[in-house]
Design a protein around this ligand. Sequence first.
Ligand SMILES: NC(=O)c1ccc[n+]([C@@H]2O[C@H](COP(=O)([O-])OP(=O)(O)OC[C@H]3O[C@@H](n4cnc5c(N)ncnc54)[C@H](OP(=O)(O)O)[C@@H]3O)[C@@H](O)[C@H]2O)c1
Length: 337
Amino acid sequence: MSRAVVLGGTGLIGCATARRLLAAGWEVTVIGRDSSRMPEDIALAGGRFVAADRGEPGRLAAALGGGADLVVDCLCFTAAHARDLLPLLDDVGSTVMISSKAVYVDAAGNHVNSAVAPVFDGPIRESQPTMAPREDVDYRTRDGYGANKVAAERVLLDSGHPVTVLRPSKVHGEGSAKPGEWVFVKRVADRREVLLLSRGGRGVDHPSAAGNIAALIETAAENRGRRVLNCADPDAPDALAISRTVAKHLGHRWEEVLLDDHAPAGLGLHPWDRIPGIRLDMTAAGRLGYRPAGDYATTVTAELDWLVSTDRLPAGFDHDFAPMLDYAAEDAYLAAR
Ligand SMILES: NC(=O)c1ccc[n+]([C@@H]2O[C@H](COP(=O)([O-])OP(=O)(O)OC[C@H]3O[C@@H](n4cnc5c(N)ncnc54)[C@H](OP(=O)(O)O)[C@@H]3O)[C@@H](O)[C@H]2O)c1
């Protein structure tokens, strides 16, 4: 039986990966710090939880034990994190490092976390230029996140080991720490009869289902090699289509008010408001043999069903979305129409 170790395995991408590999007959070890985050279904399916901090290389080596056929690193944010892995990789068949589309820059050097939004001239390929690698800036900052990811990618790719770097876009799935769809789910729960969408809801920020990322991880494991791959859903619906998918799945109807550029600032905000839209080219993954688990509407149900059923929403959750759920401002605008 093939053995996989998933670092950060109790999180959004890690859980989807563990579920996928267990269903395919792998032996799966899930690494996290807090055993209470280990989902019951993964344990019941045979997943083993090992408590270890990714920041303590000794603990990482112990958790890996005699090696593995596959290591999936969901917690590799810096070159230092990547270097911690290197001594362990002689005993690892292949490694998948989860990077991000945040590494890409447009012709003017802008990226998704820039003050100025990037303008890409079509779906982004893996050959698109990236930010310069940096280790001198905190990876938890807007300028540091992508630059540190590039530095981490290079350490692993330059090591000579069979490493697949995956660059997902906006990830959705059960257990998300920041599920964008919440802006629509919450409105359904509050029985809102009107939905306002800025810029006509035409914004696009390519979704990546955690289940689709897991499918590509399995494909990468079946095809040892060294490569970089985009990782997004087979379709890239705009915000209007996403709102309709959520409302339909939850059995709700609302009047759509599609705001134009003259609408008051701050109204109809949502997480996909990128024009021109951001789309990832998935040709390279397809060539490797990747078959997505499903399109956006099919795969997002995992997150939607979780959001309406769970009593364990992430801390600080409502605060992050508050500007997108300003009902008082919306009602005032609608009353003055
Ligand atoms: N989410 C997105 O939209 C998105 C988009 C693009 C790229 N990515 C990349 O995808 C990767 C995974 O993201 P995710 O959204 O799946 O993360 P997540 O849901 O936040 O999960 C991270 C998991 O790792 C565990 N963990 C955190 N620190 C740890 C440590 N020091 N040692 C061991 N375990 C630790 C956490 O559990 P404990 O706290 O209990 O340890 C948690 O279960 C990240 O590298 C991120 O940059 C994410």
